[in-house]
Design a protein around this ligand. Structure first.
Ligand SMILES: Nc1nc2c(ncn2[C@@H]2O[C@H](COP(=O)(O)OP(=O)(O)OP(=O)(O)O)[C@@H](O)[C@H]2O)c(=O)[nH]1
Ligand SMILES: [Mg+2]
Length: 554
């Protein structure tokens, strides 16, 4: 007796067609964004599925394409004839018998383009005429395909069976008791179509060859085998094409599928699910934090800091501050101290200044050796901070984007910094004013000296007579006052020099700050265009991809 065992109604996950549409749109996005990041084979398969889905959804939704597949001699053609009630497809003992796919259509209207798409030859298309349809109206919309066997050594039939197994809405695996555990059926297709429970039926044909208890054993064994292959809820129907037992059960399952008109969508959904599982391997788990969309301020600052260090901005700033300090002595120092130092001809002083100037010119004059290794480290640190949780291929993508212009970066940075190189010979106006002031004081001192000389010569040693209008200069009593004035002048000069020192320190600090700020700004702008922007583009691409994978999951 034929029986229907383990029929599990396709689970309730039957999203509306719109759901499938948006999932397919997400898949299209993945195909667009995936190259270079996703296994090309997977992308090719995704592209093929998109094409197939596009085609199938455009064609008749009133028809359900059911393919009878299986090894040669299992009884596909016999079952095809038995279900259709006509002797349409030759059966035989010579293997393999069926070379080209035969199709029988219940309700031909509108099926033409679908049959064309399935590439069924005209002479192998059959229709159940309305006169013959009595009692068969429940199968209206069924397109039953009798495939060539899928394991034939003949490449032609093999390809055709393969092709139609890929595109049919529902696959009916026809197995016979001798070969149901056939590796080629199970390994090559069943494993690949695991997860397609809703659109796969297993028919154990030639049931008449077995005793009832043997049949039950066989079914249990097959069920076990299928579960092991990953088919969670196998639908198994036992039939005998020759006696007709169980064929009605098979028809009932087919009628149910045809009536719901969901097989086409369920098939595409199952294919999509399968792809999704593989695609999901390149994105983090659901509960992982979502990837960053943009680079936050702290990371931008971190990168700018690191690049500033790599090009030696603080060193340039410090050198500038030193040059400023050393040079200021020439202008705002106490002239007497300077002259005394010169007399001592302290070569170290001028050498130092020369060295510092050379250093600063070196740092800013194109020879800014923005240490490539340090630049690279800075970029690497940025990329590493962003890619936590990402799949390796996307981590590499972000890293590559960050490094995309790193070869030119040191050069561009040094060019930028050269433009803001400080003018080392610039003299602030207040330095000039102070110099003039100090020289004025020196003049006063010299005048005082002359006065003292004159007073001593004419007032004390009385070497002669001064003209009447210059008598005051020869008056010895003026000596203490003149002396006092000279001490005051010296003291004023010294005080001015000391006060200036503080202003010089302040000014040097300000100059350094101004220079460093400008350099940082330039480094920041360069980092923005050469590192941050490419990385953000890649992050945006990853985010789109990530969202698409989420959407394709449905
Ligand atoms: N006893 C018995 N024999 C069957 C049954 N179904 C098919 N056969 C026989 O098995 C042989 C092969 O049947 P086909 O229907 O040609 O098998 P097929 O799967 O179409 O084979 P290919 O076209 O070569 O792939 C024929 O001799 C059939 O008569 C069945 O249920 N019981
Ligand atoms: Mg056949």
């Amino acid at each position: 007796m034929s029986s229907t065992i383990g029929i599990t109604p396709p689970s309730g996950i039957t999203p509306a067609r719109q759901g499938l549409g948006s999932r397919l749109a997400a898949l299209a996005k993945i195909v667009e964004l995936g190259p270079g990041r996703v296994d090309p084979k997977l992308l090719t398969e995704s592209g093929q599925l998109l094409l197939r889905a596009g085609d199938r959804l455009k064609l008749s939704s009133d028809h359900t394409v059911v393919a009878l597949a299986g090894g040669t001699g299992s009884g596909k053609s016999s079952l095809f004839n038995s279900v259709s009630g006509l002797d349409l497809s030759p059966t035989g003992v010579r293997r393999p018998t069926t070379a080209r796919t035969h199709a029988c259509v219940w309700g031909l209207e509108g099926a033409g383009p679908l049959l064309d798409w399935l590439q069924i030859q005209w002479r192998h298309r059959f229709a159940r005429a309305s006169a013959l349809d009595k009692g068969e109206s429940r199968l209206h919309g069924l397109i039953l395909l009798d495939l060539p066997d899928h394991d034939s050594i003949r490449a032609l039939t093999d390809t055709e069976a393969d092709r139609l197994i890929q595109v049919a809405d529902l696959i009916v695996w026809v197995l016979d008791p001798q070969k149901y555990a056939d590796a080629s059926t199970h390994r090559r297709y069943v494993t690949e179509l695991a997860g397609h429970d809703a659109v796969t039926i297993f028919v154990l044909n030639q049931a008449d060859r077995l005793a009832p208890e043997e049949l039950a054993e066989c079914v249990a064994d097959l069920e076990d085998l299928l579960r092991r292959e990953g088919v969670e809820h196998p639908t198994i129907v036992t039939t005998s094409a020759t006696t007709g037992k169980g064929v009605d059960n098979l028809k009932a399952v087919l009628a149910d599928t045809v009536a719901r008109r969901r097989a086409a969508i369920q098939r595409l959904e199952a294919d999509l699910d399968r792809l999704t599982r593989r695609l999901a391997e390149v994105v983090p788990d659901e509960d992982a934090p979502p990837p960053p969309v943009a680079i936050d301020d702290a990371r931008r600052i971190g990168l700018t800091d690191a690049l500033c260090d790599a090009v030696g901005v603080p060193a340039v700033g410090e050198a500038l501050e030193n040059v400023y300090g050393v040079r200021s002595v020439e202008w705002v120092g106490w002239p007497y101290a300077r002259w005394a130092a010169r007399l001592r001809s302290d070569p170290l002083n001028s050498l130092n200044l020369g060295d510092i100037k050379d250093e600063i010119r070196g740092l800013t004059g194109g020879a800014v050796t923005a240490q490539p290794a340090e630049v690279d480290n800075a970029i690497q640190a940025l990329a590493d901070g962003l890619t936590g949780g990402m799949h390796e291929t996307w981590q590499n993508g972000v890293r590559d984007a960050a490094r995309s212009r790193s070869a030119q970066l040191p050069q561009v940075l040094s060019e930028e910094l050269t433009e803001v190189a400080p003018s080392l010979d610039r003299v602030p106006a207040w330095w000039r004013a102070l110099l003039a002031w100090q020289y004025l004081l020196v003049l006063l001192f010299v005048a005082g000296l002359a006065w003292v000389g004159t007073a001593l010569a004419y007032g004390v040693f009385e070497v002669g007579e001064l003209p009447a209008n210059l008598e005051a200069f020869g008056d010895a009593s003026s000596l203490p006052w003149v002396g006092l004035m000279m001490v005051a002048v010296l003291g004023l000069g010294l005080l001015t020099a000391m006060a200036s020192r503080n202003f010089v320190v302040l000014g040097a600090g300000q100059e350094r700050d101004r220079l460093e700020r400008e350099m940082r700004r330039r480094v920041g702008t360069t980092a923005e265009s050469m590192v941050i922007e490419p990385v953000e583009r890649e992050l945006a691409r990853y985010n789109e991809f990530y969202t698409a994978v989420r959407s394709v999951r449905g």
